[in-house]
Design a protein around this ligand. Structure first.
Ligand SMILES: Nc1ncnc2c1ncn2[C@@H]1O[C@H](COP(=O)(O)OP(=O)(O)OP(=O)(O)O)[C@@H](O)[C@H]1O
Ligand SMILES: [Mg+2]
Length: 264
């Protein structure tokens, strides 16, 4: 699952990117939008016009998974299960979610759950059955604090915690990072965030205009291989799958004159 606590930090961007990245590596992957009432993932994946049935229709038995899953137009290994636009935030139940996840896990290698903001029911359900958590955090105090709260819930209120199993594996995705602003003291540094959360750093995603362009175009940013954010997500997927990749996008970029004079 992809989570954060705080809203608007880049969970849906990250969910779309890593789901596409895993699928592109040849793994059959499903990505589920848990944000009941809002629906963002299908926009970012560019499939909003093809939505007929959604997650809650499947939970309620009004459609089969086969009917509701949308095959991605860029990658045959990727399927999207969109969120419902119902106003009823209680439409998802633990049993319903479990049933859908069990069925998906028969044919999918990875199921990416895009959590809604906050720590209420939707976020709890997205988290409850997780094996691995991508904790998306921005380099600012409020985001780090909310990620920390989410980590507390994962270690006490997940199924793994309840059943006394191995804890959820937690990974940090530090998003919207701007080395220049860190230098100016306007943002927390990678080290600051790691010191507070002590999580395994999966990758740093730089603040990048390409992200908004990609989401407007309905193309996950990871497919924009020229963009630094796209490359950062490609590294993140590779590291998650066990590849060694040096971290990038942490240092301020040296300008032409900086390089010329060797200054930092
Ligand atoms: N690396 C980035 N650089 C620049 N903008 C970004 C980056 N990542 C995300 N954004 C922008 O931040 C905004 C929020 O992103 P996104 O919808 O992925 O967050 P979210 O955590 O899913 O939000 P919510 O909590 O509302 O579901 C979007 O406008 C997105 O384009
Ligand atoms: Mg979102």
């Amino acid at each position: 699952m992809v989570t954060s606590g705080k809203g608007g930090v880049g969970k849906t961007t990250t969910s779309a990117a890593i789901a596409m990245g895993l699928a592109k590596k040849g793994h059959k992957t499903a990505v589920i939008d848990f944000d009941v009432g809002l629906r963002n993932l299908d926009l970012i994946m560019g499939c909003e016009r093809r939505v007929v049935y959604d997650f809650i229709n499947v939970v309620n038995g009004e459609a089969t998974l086969h009917q509701a899953l949308i095959k991605d137009k860029n990658c045959g290994q990727l399927y999207i299960l969109p969120a419902s636009q119902t106003r009823d935030k209680d439409a998802l139940s633990k049993e319903g979610v479990e049933k859908v996840l069990n069925e998906l896990s028969k044919t999918f290698k990875y199921i990416v759950c895009d959590s809604p903001a906050g720590i209420e029911k939707g976020a709890h359900l997205a988290m409850y059955f997780a094996d691995d958590a991508f904790v998306v955090t921005n380099p600012e105090v409020s985001s780090v604090r909310d990620s920390d709260r989410m980590l507390g819930l994962m270690s006490s209120k997940s199924r793994r915690a309840e059943k006394n199993q191995e804890p959820i594996k937690e990974y940090l995705v530090l998003s919207r990072y701007s080395p220049e602003r860190v230098k100016l003291g306007e943002m927390l540094s990678v080290e600051d965030v790691q010191e507070i959360l002590s999580l395994h750093l999966l990758g740093v995603v730089p603040e990048s205009k390409s992200v908004l362009n990609a989401s407007n175009a309905g193309i996950p940013i990871i497919l924009d291989e020229k963009s630094d954010a796209g490359q950062a997500y490609a590294d993140i997927v590779a590291r998650y799958l066990g590849e060694e990749k040096p971290h990038r996008f942490i240092e301020t970029k040296r300008g032409f004159f900086g390089k010329l004079f060797g200054g930092k």
